[in-house]
Design a binder for this molecule. Structure first.
Ligand code: ZN
Length: 477
């Protein structure tokens, strides 16, 4: 989005001197507004549809890809890989989908076992009547246990299994509520006992591969990725790929994700463990990793943060000489003023780096800030670097900068007591603490965890390579 020049003039005051009392109000607003950071906002605003015109071969291509994608996901035995040792194999290719109810129905041949599918208008009474139980039996059942009432909350299509005694009484009533939950009532001397079985799904990993034809959401769906997983993937790669504008036909993705399985049936999905996204020929990787403190994040396969909108500090090996604060005694003015940035002290001439990609909207003198660079990053973020000794070559108003690029050098121009850079960070025009945890910062894997990270990352990457190769080979056959 570097192609849209910022229309509004910089919102910064002319100098530290002009830090008006209104700033305090703005700051308290910032504290209220900021927790729901822009990172979150980005998630909901994603448009997954392609808005670029697609050439006239689209239809034809779509049809081709559709055929390919169908083969890719259902015919390949590698579409779902079973990692759980205790989970029986159930690849769709080898077994017809066996409905547990159908299997149970074989026992229905006994006249004492009856199975009823709930249809519209059914109540527990009408069902009891259908299997030949007296109306009184319904009350007996419902009154037997507080939880037994759940049997009267019937859903269309629900299956009730009745076990009768030879003299026509209800011995057991059983029903499956979901793939993971079933309830039953069993006759005892004193009445009926209610039991609920909730099984924990096994988690295994699955792989999908997809090629984008006309939109990410359609291609993902065709590849077998749910909507929520597609959104997850878009969020993971959101710092590198603009899913609203940059998606092109032919972009590809590979995803290894957690799949929840119960009784041989997929009942849900978990987290994306690793993913790869190729956008316009450039491939990005992501690996989910939980560090020793228990924080989970996505990193590139070699351990850099995916959240690389900003590096945390503009100067390496600098000392923080003044923190962000709502009010501090100004060293020169000797009055309480809000300090809307962080001061990093370092020797004169130390390089100052742009903390993110963006466009320079000011490189020049700016009152008490002295020599100042202001960078606009997309529509949301703006950073300011003050008191510079001078600007780096090529840095002028209007130039584009890359993250990490040197923009100038530490000095003490303007209202300053010693060599330092005054660094400010704005989100939608509001100053925030650049060291705040909510900002999209780029902290790589800690050195002490690098080895453990690589032990997790490498096998995942290797597996995506292998699965993709196998899948492509089998679809050519
Ligand atoms: Zn400062």
């Amino acid at each position: 989005m570097n192609d849209t020049p910022p229309k509004a003039p910089p919102l910064y005051p002319k100098s530290h001197l002009v830090a008006a009392s209104g700033i305090a109000a703005l700051l308290s607003l910032a504290l209220l507004v900021f927790p729901s950071s822009d990172v979150e906002a980005k998630k909901t605003n994603l448009t997954l549809e392609l808005d670029t015109p697609v050439d006239q071969f689209k239809q034809e291509q779509d049809a081709q890809d559709q055929r390919k994608a169908t083969e890719d996901t259902s015919a390949s035995p590698f579409a779902q890989i079973d990692n759980a040792a205790d989970e029986p194999e159930d690849t769709a290719a080898t077994k017809p989908p066996a409905k547990p109810e159908v299997a149970a129905a074989t026992a229905a041949k006994s006249p004492l076992h009856k199975e009823i599918v709930v249809s519209k208008g059914d109540t527990l009474s009408t069902l009891f009547e259908k299997v030949g139980l007296p109306p009184a039996a319904v009350h007996e059942v419902i009154a037997s246990d507080k939880q037994a009432k759940q049997f009267s909350q019937l859903k269309n299509g629900q299956v009730l299994q009745f076990e009768l005694t030879p003299d026509g009484k209800l011995k057991q009533l059983h029903s499956k509520l979901s793939d993971l939950e079933s309830i039953s009532l069993s006759r005892t001397d004193k009445g009926y006992t209610f039991t609920r079985d909730v099984s924990k799904p096994n988690v295994r990993t699955a792989y999908v591969h997809g090629v984008i034809t006309n939109s990410l959401s359609q291609s993902a769906q065709r590849a077998g990725l749910s909507h929520s997983m597609t959104m997850d993937m878009a969020n993971i790669f959101g710092y590198d790929v603009d899913f609203a504008q940059d998606i092109r036909k032919g972009d590809e993705f590979d995803v290894i994700y957690e799949q929840k399985v119960a009784n041989g049936k997929t009942v849900g999905t978990g987290n994306i463990l690793s993913a790869r996204f190729t956008n316009r020929g450039k491939t990005y990787t992501a690996v989910r990793y939980t560090n020793k403190q228990g924080n989970t994040n996505y990193y590139t396969a070699d351990g850099n943060s995916m959240r690389k909108a900003f590096i945390r500090t503009p100067v390496e090996f600098a000392r923080i000489s003044s923190m962000f604060s709502m009010g501090r005694k100004h060293p020169i003015l000797n009055k309480i003023r809000a300090h809307k940035g962080i001061d990093y002290a370092a020797p004169r001439g130390t390089p100052i780096k742009a903390t993110g990609d963006g466009k320079v909207i000011l490189a020049g003198r700016r009152g008490g800030y002295g020599n100042t660079v202001i960078i606009q990053h997309g529509e949301t973020y703006r950073t300011l670097y003050g008191h510079m000794q001078g600007f780096a070559k090529g840095i002028q108003t209007g130039s584009s900068v890359k993250q990490g690029q040197v923009i100038g050098y530490i000095g003490t121009t303007g209202l300053s007591t010693g060599p330092h850079v005054h660094y400010e960070f704005q989100v939608n025009g509001v100053h925030v603490d650049p060291l705040g945890q909510k900002l999209p910062m780029a902290d790589p894997i800690a050195k002490s965890e690098k080895q453990r990270f690589m032990q997790e990352s490498q096998p995942l990457m290797a597996r995506m390579d292998q699965e993709k190769a196998t899948m492509l080979a089998s679809s050519k056959r």
